[in-house]
Design a protein around this ligand. Structure first.
Ligand code: SF4
Length: 500
């Protein structure tokens, strides 16, 4: 007999009569048995990633007319200045098609690979597949673990275990990335992604033996991944009775992110590496509802919820918004005029270094101090206003309904995750547009995804609010407040995609 599953994209499960493990569980077992194959895949990605992070930073900027998906610049008409001087008339010349230099292609390819494909789809994969990216594909994870096997093996200091790192690291990395234009310039990519990789390897060298201390405690996106992976439609489930039946001296699981596998309760921290599959004949990869961990998993820590509300729904939205917000441009212009009228000119001076604030005079892209202050002020304002509004609404609704505000806040995960995907895919869209690829259905797709996020979070909120069985009036009032929080977030995306 076949089990069915709520999601169509999860393969239908058929029971294996011989050993009682279904196909999904056997996939987990395959991962446990084929570590070398997975390692080989990881090393291919490490090489590819290292080349794409490092090499473009030492190549010249691509010419403005260079394109990734076309072979040459194409024929073009241009005005020849020497002929103009001789004749006194503008004379049009034809230029024959010329090949786009390989280094321009490489820089554009790296840019498209990192920001057009990698980031948006890693975020999507967290919601659809849990942290398979972390456990199977991530080059930083592979490198930190590799170094850790050969490193000092020291104990993990208390400051490393501080639960606030995911919030602080995510906010600082996101803001710094905006200040140095990480989406546009390979040097900025080298500083942020390369710097993070070096830090991951240093953490691997210093702490743990063959473990991923960096990924567990310090990686700037680990907290975000942990929130989104709660929506994964499968998990490694532990049968405690089966676990106890096996001899206590069975070899321990080599769980790189340092989880207590026996007490594993969800996919939030699990990297889905598969190493524990079938351990003590008690661990199996099983399908589940994508809502299971939000509704019935362990309650989140306060810092996790703050990352969701002020990080994903605050800092990230502010970072996506400022480049498209015409009010930001006007406010910055007004501030510049105000400063000039008062003869305060230092904020209008250029950035002294590209690693501090964007500064690429060769392509005429230089931030002033005012630009940096304006970007910072914008992101902080959006974070405080939008995040503060959502936090107040969540706390108000939870109080009215008599439920834990932190668990209720988890209902925002689908909207937050879909928002992150939409925001990151803005880069994909603008890169495709620069290549001449127009997506006529884009507005409809964005609207559908946004509606999905809003409806999903609304439904989860209702389920969570009904937990404490409040009276009907309280439930309605709490749900309306919850909807107001969702509307505030939804409105920011409507502004970005349909108004500005
Ligand atoms: S619990 Fe640990 S060993 Fe098991 S799949 Fe998750 S990360 Fe891998």
């Amino acid at each position: 007999m076949e089990d069915t599953h709520i999601l169509k994209f999860v393969p239908r499960i058929s029971r294996d009569a011989r050993n009682g493990r279904n196909r999904l569980a056997r996939l987990g077992d395959w991962m446990a048995r084929n570590r070398r194959t997975l390692l080989a895949i990881q090393w291919v990605i490490v090489i590819f990633y290292t080349l794409l992070v490092a090499l473009p930073a030492f190549l010249p900027h691509p010419l403005p007319e260079s394109r990734l998906f076309s072979g040459n610049f194409g024929a073009a008409s241009f005005i020849d200045p020497s002929l103009c001087l001789a004749s006194g008339e503008p004379i049009l010349q034809e230029r024959a098609p010329t090949l786009i230099p390989w280094h321009d292609k490489l820089v554009l390819f790296a840019q498209f690979a990192f920001w057009g494909v990698w980031w948006p789809f890693v975020i999507l994969s967290m919601m659809l597949m849990g942290r398979v990216w972390c456990g199977v594909l991530c080059p930083e994870g592979a490198l930190t673990e590799f170094v850790s096997r050969r490193g000092r093996g020291g104990a993990i200091p208390r400051w490393v275990r501080w639960s606030g790192w995911p919030v602080v690291a995510f906010a600082l990395t996101t803001i710094y990335g905006q200040l140095i234009s990480v989406y546009e310039y390979p040097k900025a990519v080298l500083v942020i992604l390369g710097g993070s990789t070096v830090a991951a390897m240093a953490a691997g060298y210093l702490w743990g033996k063959g473990k991923r201390v960096w990924c567990r405690y310090l990686c700037p996106v680990s907290g975000v991944f942990a929130l989104l992976a709660r929506l994964a439609p499968f998990q490694f489930r532990v049968d405690r009775a089966a676990w106890e039946r096996r001899p206590a001296n069975s070899a321990a699981v080599d769980c790189a992110p340092l989880l207590d596998v026996k007490h594993l309760q969800g996919m939030s921290q699990c990297h889905a590496c598969g190493r524990c599959s079938d351990h003590r004949e008690a661990v199996a990869l099983v399908p589940r509802s994508p809502n299971a961990e939000i509704l019935n998993g362990p309650a989140p820590a306060t810092n996790e919820v703050l990352l969701l509300i002020f990080g994903i729904l605050g800092v990230a939205i502010g970072a996506f918004q400022w480049t498209v917000n015409p009010w930001f441009v006007r406010a910055r212009q007004a501030a510049a005029e105000w400063l000039v009228n008062r003869d305060i000119l230092w904020p209008l001076s250029d950035s002294p270094a590209w690693w501090l604030l964007t500064a690429y005079p060769e392509v005429n892209d230089i931030f002033t101090w005012l630009d940096g202050i304006a970007i910072l002020a914008y992101i902080v304002t959006v974070t405080l206003v939008l995040g503060g509004t959502v936090l107040l609404a969540v706390c108000g609704a939870a109080r009215l309904a008599g439920v834990d505000w932190r668990r209720l806040a988890l209902g925002l995960v689908p909207l937050g995750g879909i928002g992150l995907f939409l925001g990151l895919s803005m880069m994909t869209v603008s890169q495709l547009r620069a290549e001449g690829i127009v997506l006529p259905w884009l507005g409809a797709l964005r609207g559908a995804l946004l509606a999905l996020g809003l409806l999903w979070s609304a439904w989860l909120g209702l389920r969570l609010l009904r937990r404490a069985a409040p009276g009907k009036a309280r439930l309605v009032a709490a749900f309306l407040i919850w909807l107001a929080a969702l509307a505030a977030v939804g409105a920011t995306w409507v502004l970005v995609f349909y108004v500005w």
